[in-house]
Design a protein around this ligand. Structure first.
Ligand code: PGA
Length: 244
């Protein structure tokens, strides 16, 4: 794993944008795999700036998101709302984005549909955040040895994730959806390149475990040790438990 250590969140966002922008410029067949949450917001801000300056053109770069809550898409905290607010409404992507429909009447059929979508979008550069519990996407810590082979599925959020995400719902844990549709670990590993972003001391243990822990479903991010092209961009606080 390549590790890029930067002093703060601003530098993390800039470094991530440099890599994403260079891939977009060099690879006309790129698919951008997108993540939500507070970590990638600065990256998206920088990509919008590069678009406004005429550096980036999104018209040929389809995007595919990792996950979506089981939620009304119109809800301000749905991930489709997040993506529109931070990126989709500000660049010339038009309707060339993909994200699970968290309000589908048949959620299992929606997972199947999304599996087909992901399969048809090759050359993926996948952006990832990491949960303080080591989750990637909404692939929560588990004892299921088969979980590394999962495709898109309906998942239940861990209590720790509900706690972490309550900040987006006025601090009210009862408002956080308890279920989501998430790309599975297998699909994350199927991407061509991964950029893992982590900021803040509360991510330092998950980052240590992801890099140096045993490869185990109890720390889903540890599976990234098996991928051949992962770049971790980490600020000083999130890197504080790393041995260098
Ligand atoms: P965060 O979430 O960026 O809001 O910390 C990351 C994640 O849960 O994957």
């Amino acid at each position: 794993m390549n590790v890029i250590k930067v002093p703060n969140y601003y530098a993390l966002s800039e470094a991530a944008a440099c890599i994403v922008a260079s891939q977009m410029l060099e690879n006309p067949k790129l698919t951008l795999g997108l993540a939500t949450g507070s970590t990638p917001a600065g990256l998206y801000k920088e990509l919008v700036r590069l678009y406004n300056n005429g550096v980036l053109d999104f018209s040929n770069t389809p995007t595919v998101n990792l996950d979506e809550y089981v939620i009304n898409p119109e809800h301000p905290q749905s991930y489709i709302s997040f993506m529109k607010d931070h990126l989709f409404s500000h660049v010339n992507l038009e309707s060339n984005y993909h994200i699970p429909n968290g309000a589908a009447t048949d959620l299992n059929a929606e997972c199947e549909r999304y599996n087909g979508v992901v399969k048809n979008l090759p050359n993926r550069l996948q952006i990832l955040g990491i949960g303080s519990n080591g989750h990637i996407g909404f692939n929560e810590p588990s004892t299921d040895p088969d979980s590394f082979g999962y495709y898109t599925s309906l998942v239940h959020l861990a209590d720790s994730t509900i706690k972490d995400n309550a900040r987006f719902f006025d601090g009210n844990e009862d408002e956080v959806p308890t279920a989501a549709i998430s790309m599975g670990i297998k699909q994350i590993l199927d991407s061509d390149q991964i950029i893992l972003l982590a900021t803040g001391e509360h991510k330092s243990k998950a980052i240590y475990d992801a890099l140096y822990g045993k490869i185990t479903p109890t720390c889903p991010a540890s599976v990234l040790q098996l991928h051949k092209n992962v770049t971790l961009i980490v600020d000083t606080a999130a890197a504080s438990k790393l041995p260098y």
